[in-house]
Design a protein around this ligand. Structure first.
Ligand SMILES: NC(=O)c1ccc[n+]([C@@H]2O[C@H](COP(=O)([O-])OP(=O)(O)OC[C@H]3O[C@@H](n4cnc5c(N)ncnc54)[C@H](O)[C@@H]3O)[C@@H](O)[C@H]2O)c1
Ligand SMILES: O=C(O)C(=O)C[C@@H](O)[C@H](O)[C@H](O)COP(=O)(O)O
Ligand SMILES: [Zn+2]
Length: 354
């Protein structure tokens, strides 16, 4: 077992990485939710048949009453319609402010359920039980919760930290190779922005089976890097923006593909390569960096370029949360392992992308 503590004043929480922890979720939740009677579990249509029964058995054994709401699997569920559906179902379940929400699933379920928890009754506690690699290394930690709007990704949301994050590496066994690869895009991102040795370690492990041999240490490394950033800049006004490497362009690809054609992980993979190319053009990133990143991503089965028109880039760049007026902070690499914000006019970025 490996544990980490995210030490935010008054909102401290533990991340527990342990095989089989899904079956011990009840006792772990009881420790952080001593007064809760009802736990409102949000999951999706793929995860529900795999893990709902085990989770409910553990929660019930710890004395909780459970209510479960299942959303359709996929990014389309991160929308206002499903959020409203959760709010109504929470009230049907008579949730009160001492109760809590449990997110069982990938990043979509975590972001959606977390936003529902942040807003229902003006905010109730929530627990993250991430079941994809992406959600274990990234989305379950740090409290960014959101839904997508027609105009773009994560445009309505909140910072709402969980009370507990429980990650069971065994749940990764049921992922398809493509969804495992999605998570690797964010894993590679950590190497690119913060840790060149971690990048080199990943470059030597180009297959899922090699990576799974080291999975607990990979989960720990990623969550620890994210913990450090979130503790320093919870509200995304400075260092946390570095976690957005590959995302300005990645969000453009997701939007251009109507959230159906490309997953978040695929879009971030291509977005990182494009950002490294741009960085070289702008004289920030050493030549050859994009090729090194692309080599690692290709071996993992991820795309390294996604077609996007100038209008599609403009739609996403205009609404990027790292924008301030006419400028945007694009995240670039000074070298592999060191990211920097690069402030430039949005018009100049769009001109480069042409
Ligand atoms: N909040 C954050 O900080 C943050 C960080 C990164 C990404 N995100 C968001 O996370 C989302 C992407 O998350 P994701 O990649 O987990 O996608 P996802 O939640 O859509 O899950 C991918 C697929 O895997 C299935 N699945 C989940 N767990 C499974 C399991 N154990 N076995 C088999 N199938 C399983 C799901 O049903 C879904 O079909 C995006 O919306 C992205 O914007 C948020
Ligand atoms: O936690 C963060 O901060 C991140 O930027 C992590 C990203 O991987 C994640 O995709 C996040 O949801 C992007 O946030 P946004 O602010 O660009 O919507
Ligand atoms: Zn991301």
């Amino acid at each position: 077992m490996k544990t980490l503590t995210v030490a935010l004043p008054g909102r401290e929480y533990e991340i527990i990485i342990q095989r089989g922890v899904l079956d011990r979720a009840g006792e772990a939740c009881r420790k952080v939710l001593p007064r809760a009677e009802t736990l409102f579990v949000v999951t999706d249509s793929h995860v529900e048949p795999l893990y709902r029964a085990r989770l409910e058995a553990s929660l019930t054994a710890a004395g909780f009453r459970t209510a479960v709401c299942t959303v359709p699997a996929g990014e389309e569920a991160k929308c206002a319609g499903q959020l409203a559906r959760l709010w109504e179902a929470m009230m049907d379940a008579r949730l009160t402010r001492t109760d809590a929400v449990v997110a069982l699933g990938g990043g979509v379920v975590g972001d959606l359920a977390g936003f529902a928890a942040a807003t229902i009754l003006r905010g109730v506690d929530f627990v993250q039980i991430p079941t994809t690699l992406l959600s274990q290394v990234d989305s379950s930690v740090g409290g960014k919760v959101a839904i997508d709007l027609q105009r773009g990704k994560n445009l309505a949301g909140a910072f709402w930290q969980p009370k507990l994050v429980l990650m069971d590496p065994d749940t990764l066994d049921t992922l398809s190779d493509a969804i495992f690869a999605d998570g690797m895009a964010e894993v590679v991102k950590y190497g690119c922005i913060f840790d060149k040795d971690f990048f080199a370690f990943l470059a030597k492990r180009p297959t899922r089976s090699l990576l799974m041999e080291e999975i607990e240490s990979i989960l720990y490394t990623c969550c620890n890097l994210k913990r450090i950033v979130v503790e320093e800049d919870e509200r995304d006004t400075g260092k946390r923006m570095l976690l957005n490497f590959g995302h300005t362009l990645g969000h453009a690809y997701e939007l251009a593909g109507n959230y159906e054609k490309w997953t978040h992980g695929q879009a971030v993979a291509a977005g990182m390569v494009k950002a490294a190319e741009l960085g070289s053009t702008l004289g920030v990133t050493p030549a050859g960096t994009a090729e090194r990143i692309a080599g690692v991503l290709t071996a993992l089965g991820l795309p390294t370029a996604i077609p996007c028109t100038p209008e599609e880039y403009a739609a996403a760049v205009g609404l990027d949360k790292k924008g301030a007026g006419a400028d945007i902070s694009l995240i670039l690499l000074e070298q592999i392992g060191r990211a920097v914000p690069h402030k430039m006019p949005k018009t100049a970025l769009l001109e480069e992308l042409r």
